[in-house]
Design a protein around this ligand. Structure first.
Ligand SMILES: Cc1cc2nc3c(=O)[nH]c(=O)nc-3n(C[C@H](O)[C@H](O)[C@H](O)COP(=O)(O)OP(=O)(O)OC[C@H]3O[C@@H](n4cnc5c(N)ncnc54)[C@H](O)[C@@H]3O)c2cc1C
Length: 400
């Protein structure tokens, strides 16, 4: 019987894990290896673009790629992992519970926005974390046009000033102008717990974000926390009331809840701690990758972030290593020393940094070109062509 690698999730890490495993299988002439991807749909959803307009377009189909590389696709949603019997129970498209057994399991189900128990958050805040929620948000923005102008209609509160919050907030002035026209006084307010803008970033990156915010008129409420959200706005813990029909929650992400079903150590974001081969130490047949994995990137103490930059490489290593363990090939220890940041800053442009120290290398239009090259090309799936896909899936090939 063929050995089976089951990859759960078809995002950046799951898709690349499948291609990378198929690459090694071909290199080793392995005819007794079956690679399957289990996910709700054979598509890659380009989450880094969910702050942009026309979000429904940011989905890349994977049928042709999987067919070309003999990767089986199983439509469904994983619900239970029985690691002692090497079985994943999933719900198929007809709603039935089905079992899939594996020899190696790669967990690649990504992450989700963390929604803390703040009054009104569940009912009144939008998010742009998943395609469906970003579509709901866009539809809501469209619906504002039919309402009479008011301070609340014209104001968006973005809760959380991390990367997602900054990219959304700096894009919103243009998105609001496109709906209300240039003569309407609109407001975008970022509510941030930290005492400075971008407190976790380098000074140079921080001051660039500040300059862009000032030019775009994006306001920041620093040292501020949300106390409650309702249909007409937010109340901050210091008592300030902001009237806004649109409140977007972007503060914090956590690993997909399937991570809780594996007996292993987790970090504060719920990611499974993995060894250099990306295996769960207590369950060597199980690999975690992408936003599900807490993995060491280098020898100086850095760990992978929940970014697609890391998810793509983690996926290539996880797929390669899962296949290697079945084919008596030495695994590659996961390492990803290079780290870049490219942050979209709306109509102001963008900022591009290199290294963990986030040294600013370019800004404005020059950085915007890099951002567009990354989000519109680099992170998309490879062509459905064996040679092209396998060359790109080599874990040791330079990525960024
Ligand atoms: C708004 C936004 C902006 C971002 N901007 C950037 C950026 O500028 N740069 C950057 O590097 N990163 C960015 N990121 C982060 C990046 O998108 C993630 O780090 C990346 O998507 C993680 O890849 P992944 O493969 O781990 O998970 P995902 O891409 O989330 O893929 C998860 C996969 O698992 C599937 N799945 C989920 N549940 C199940 C289940 N129960 N059973 C089977 N399959 C399941 C999903 O359908 C999906 O196919 C951004 C994210 C967001 C939301």
């Amino acid at each position: 019987m063929k050995k089976h690698i089951l990859i759960v999730g078809s995002g950046f890490s799951g898709m690349w894990a499948a291609v990378s495993a198929a690459r090694l299988a071909e290199q080793e002439n392995a005819t007794d290896l079956q690679i399957s991807v289990l996910a709700p749909a054979a598509e890659l959803r380009v989450r880094p673009r969910f702050y942009e307009e026309q979000v429904s377009a940011f989905v890349a189909p994977l049928h042709d790629l999987f067919a070309e590389l003999n990767i089986a696709f199983i439509p469904g949603s994983a619900e239970n992992i029985d690691s002692s019997n090497k079985t994943v129970w999933y719900r198929d498209t007809h709603g039935s519970a089905v079992a899939a057994t594996y020899d190696r399991l790669v967990l690649a189900t990504g992450s989700q926005t963390r929604r803390p128990p703040i009054a009104g958050l569940a009912d009144h805040a939008f998010d742009i974390d998943q395609l469906e929620s970003a579509q709901v948000f866009e539809k809501h923005l469209d619906s504002l046009v039919s309402l009479p102008a008011s301070a609340a209609r014209n104001t968006v509160v973005v809760c959380g000033g991390g990367f997602t919050g900054i990219e959304l907030a700096t894009e919103l002035p243009a998105r609001l102008r496109a709906r209300f026209g240039n003569n309407t006084d609109t407001k975008v307010i970022v509510v941030e717990r930290g005492t400075v803008i971008g407190g976790r970033y380098s000074d140079a990156l921080r001051s660039t974000i500040e300059a862009a915010s000032n030019e775009l008129g994006v306001e920041w409420r620093l040292n501020s926390e949300i106390d409650a959200i309702d249909a007409s706005g937010v109340t901050l813990k210091n008592g300030e009331r902001i009237a806004a029909l649109t409140v977007v929650w972007t503060a914090g992400v956590q690993a997909h809840p399937l991570s809780e079903q594996i007996d292993g150590e987790r970090d504060t974001q719920g990611r499974l701690k993995v060894n250099d081969s990306l295996q769960i130490p207590a369950h060597p047949a199980v690999y975690a990758t992408g936003d599900m994995a807490h993995a060491k990137t280098d020898e100086v103490g850095n760990t992978a972030l929940m970014t697609c930059q890391h998810a793509i490489q983690l996926g290539k290593f996880a797929g390669h290593n899962a296949a290697a363990s079945l084919l008596n090939v030495e695994p590659y220890p996961y390492r990803q020393v290079n780290y870049v940041t490219c942050l979209d800053l709306g109509a102001w442009g963008a900022v591009y940094t290199e290294g963990w120290e986030q040294e600013v290398k370019s800004v404005r239009d020059e950085a915007k070109k890099i951002k567009i090259a990354i989000t519109n090309e680099l992170i998309y799936p490879p062509a459905a062509d064996r040679a092209v896909a396998f060359a790109a899936a080599d874990p040791l090939a330079k990525f960024v």
